[in-house]
Write a protein that binds this ligand. Structure first.
Ligand code: GTP
Length: 740
């Protein structure tokens, strides 16, 4: 008789080398997420008295994009004991033969003494070793995902190898290293090489969830209906007090936003999502359209009153409350949206009733801890994933200052939206999870610091968040660690020490955000040594509208294009960077070179006759076709416009090696494809030429270079820009010369 010991294998014990290979594809951030979320999932499973291995939990988290509730539902689904298919057989009386066999087995040891090892070699071949019948363990309910992954990777690698071997590719690589020809202003811009593809998140791409024949995961809860009170993207928020905001950009289908990470480039994905998101709340906004409450004038055209805006602005200035827009930046999940939700709740800008409603809805989605974040994260995609995608905007006022919050996404895939937010801000709030300092520094904490400075934000309040969750809670040593680690990064990026403030706080519990901490207890050091976040914000506000700025020609970058109301079918929003505008003005739109008339202006949701530099406003336009308006375009003084140009000389600080290469150029909301066609020289800190015509500019070096955009853009000398390639930032800098 062949006895087989029955061993209960854990799946973990049985995985093959493929899985190690697959692990190599996880980024540090992914591993971080696993470390944080796996125990949460395990705890929920244990509550339901279910067990799953780490690997199974990680697989589920990966499939459901870190969504704990879906992962738990999925795992529960695979583990819920199925109802017994067959009823237990009644014990049958044993046959005589069976009884005899049993007795023999008990009494006699049939094989004792049989000399198996002494068998003659000729007979050995007759003994056929029999493998025990065991099932190969399968991951996540039936199919080996990792086997599939490995197989797909092998195929991809083979395909990539054969593609690289083609002469076209080889020539393209050589050309990139060679010195490209100079492009003339009137020539067609260099076409972007076909070969340029952004790296995708390989692992995700190669295993789109969910797979067959996995058990059907719990269907996600129905999409949360957008709140009628809010509108979907940043500048819908500007209109939140205008109940007639309807997006007109319905070019992108809603299903485009369902997988924002799919393809082909992170930056392109962001742009598509942003577009699609505009459509998602259309129904809600159409409902708003039925409202009679309108701020904008109803007549088709408005005659300019010919106001002396500069004079009025100067006279009113001493009476006006200062205003400031701050962008909230930091690594994903460090608590930015939650902190802003708390700030709005405790300043009375959002009611406790609203928060309770969000709490209820969030709990139903299994995301109770995100209730405060829902104040800022209004998109259904954002709420389901618990990840901010687009800039969210909210106004609130204190006795001393009118604030505009620009809540930026922390995820690396949405960096372009973070850039758009930072380019409209006067100051930044950098949120740092005190418990995950390292991952943040390696991730977007570091990158956001650099980008915010590159966008012109020179004052920063560092909110050291989640101190309620340190070990021990409210550890002063943890705060000091954060200060010691972040200060050098800020200094290296050009922040002056007097423009940097640190605030220890907990957004979730509301400690030291608006309400000061108690002077008693373990956290008394906070009240003794630090101001609240709100106090620091108020103290950081500096005038952003000087007479020189207001007197200059009008310049405003379009951040959003939308339907303002039934009577305002075409509206744009953005921040006026220089000059002023009043109703009845004719403005020039660049690069389309089309004129439009301003028939209404809103600032903070209130109708106004005029607006000036430094204000984020909405302009209702007429006498222009929508096709001439795109996010990133420039609204100019019709008599003194910015010319559109394709060729620029730029001064850059390299964050990565730069070659003559295809790049993505970001200027606020403008996202333009182009190429660095020549490296002119490397320069030192004083701007003196170090080396002419370098072949490469290394990370940390400064250089001047020629930049050619694929299409003309209204960019002037002095404009700050950020250069990205393959989804990461490679340089920051500014335009020295436009055109020519
Ligand atoms: N313990 C604790 N948890 C917090 C605190 N602030 C936020 N969280 C939790 O951290 C998680 C992420 O919070 P979010 O506000 O969505 O983070 P975020 O930085 O806005 O994320 P993105 O916008 O997607 O980059 C949520 O589960 C919050 O409940 C805090 O002060 N203490």
């Amino acid at each position: 008789m062949h006895r087989v010991k029955k061993v209960e294998y854990e799946d973990d014990d049985l995985y093959s080398g493929e899985e190690e290979e697959a692990d190599a594809e996880y980024t540090a951030e992914d591993r971080d997420n696993f470390a944080t979320l796996t125990p949460v999932v395990r705890a929920e499973l244990e509550e339901a008295r279910l067990h799953a291995s780490d690997r199974e939990i990680e697989e589920a988290l990966w499939h459901y994009y870190w969504d704990v509730s879906k992962s738990v539902a999925y795992l529960k689904n695979t583990r819920t004991p199925r109802p017994a298919q067959r009823t237990e057989k009644k014990e049958q009386p044993k046959s005589k033969f069976d009884q005899a066999v049993q007795k023999s087995a008990e009494k006699a040891d049939w094989f004792r003494g049989i000399p198996w090892s002494d068998l003659p070699p000729a007979q050995l071949g007759l003994i056929v070793p029999c493998e025990p019948v065991t099932h190969r363990p399968m991951m996540l309910g039936g199919s080996s995902k990792l086997a599939k992954l490995a197989e797909e990777r092998r195929k991809k690698a083979a395909a990539a190898q054969s593609a690289q071997a083609t002469p076209d590719k080889a020539l393209a690589s050589l050309e990139r290293l060679g010195r490209p020809r100079e492009a003339n202003e009137n020539e067609a811009p260099l076409s972007r090489p076909d070969t340029k593809k952004y790296p995708l998140r390989k692992r995700k791409e190669s295993s789109p969830p969910p797979r067959e024949p996995s058990p059907t995961p719990q269907t996600p809860p129905a999409e949360v209906q957008p709140s009628l009170r809010t509108s979907p993207t940043a500048f819908g928020r500007v209109l939140s007090t205008n109940p007639a905001a309807v997006r007109i950009n319905n070019a992108a289908a809603l299903d485009e936003m369902l997988d924002p990470f799919a393809d082909p480039s992170p930056d392109d994905a962001v742009l598509r999502i942003t577009k699609a998101k505009n459509t998602s709340n259309e129904l809600a906004n159409k409902t708003k359209d039925l409202s009679l409450e309108q701020h904008a004038p109803s007549q088709a055209n408005v005659k300019s009153k010919g106001l002396d805006v500069l004079k009025i602005w100067t006279e009113e200035k001493p009476k006006r409350k200062p205003s400031a827009a701050f962008v909230v930046i930091g690594h994903v999940d460090h608590g930015k949206s939650t902190l802003m939700g708390r700030l709005l709740l405790d300043t009375g800008a959002v009611s406790q009733r609203d928060i309770d409603r969000y709490k209820k809805q969030a709990t139903e989605l299994g995301k109770a801890s995100f209730a405060l974040a829902w104040v800022m994260d209004t998109g259904s995609e954002e709420r389901e994933r618990g990840v901010t995608v687009d800039i969210a905007q909210f106004h609130f006022s204190t006795d001393h200052v009118d604030f505009t919050i620009l809540d930026a996404p922390g995820h690396r895939d949405f960096i372009p939206n973070m850039i758009a937010g930072a380019s409209m801000a006067d100051l930044a709030v950098l949120v740092i999870d005190a418990n995950h300092l390292e991952s943040g520094i390696k991730g977007q904490t570091g990158e956001h610091i650099v980008l915010a400075k590159a966008c012109g934000v020179s004052r920063i309040v560092v909110a050291v968040n989640k101190l309620d969750a340190t070990n021990p809670p409210w550890s002063e040593a943890v705060l000091q660690d954060v200060v010691a680690s972040i200060t050098p990064l800020l200094t290296a990026s050009g922040y002056k020490p007097e423009n940097v403030r640190f605030v220890p706080c907990s957004g979730l519990n509301g400690q030291n955000v608006v309400k000061a901490m108690s002077k008693k207890g373990d956290a008394s050091w906070v009240a003794e040594g630090y101001r609240t976040l709100l106090e620091e914000l108020e103290s950081c506000v500096a005038p952003h509208d000087t007479e020189e700025m207001v007197r200059a020609p009008l310049r405003m970058q379009i951040a959003d294009v939308f339907r303002g109301s039934v009577t305002n079918p075409l509206s744009i929003a953005g921040r006026i960077t220089s000059g002023h505008v009043q109703t009845g003005d004719t403005v020039l739109l660049q690069p389309s070179n089309e004129r439009a008339m301003v028939r209404g202006i809103e600032v903070g949701g209130n109708g106004q006759e005029w607006a000036v530099a430094g204000q984020i406003c909405t302009l209702h336009l007429t006498e222009v076709d929508q096709q001439h308006l795109r996010a990133g375009d420039c609204v100019c003084d019709a008599k003194n416009p910015t010319p559109a140009a394709k060729n620029f000389v730029v001064q850059l600080t390299a964050l990565d090696s730069i070659l003559p290469q295809a790049v993505d150029v970001h200027v606020g909301r403008l996202h333009a494809a182009g190429s660095i066609t020549a490296l002119i020289s490397t320069i030192d800190d004083a701007g003196e030429v170090e080396r002419k015509k370098p072949r490469v500019v290394k990370a940390g070096q400064k250089a001047t270079a020629r930049l050619v955009l694929d299409a003309g853009a209204a960019l002037e000398a002095g404009t700050r820009l950020i250069i990205r390639a393959n989804g990461s930032t490679i340089a920051v800098g500014e335009i020295i010369r436009a055109g020519g």
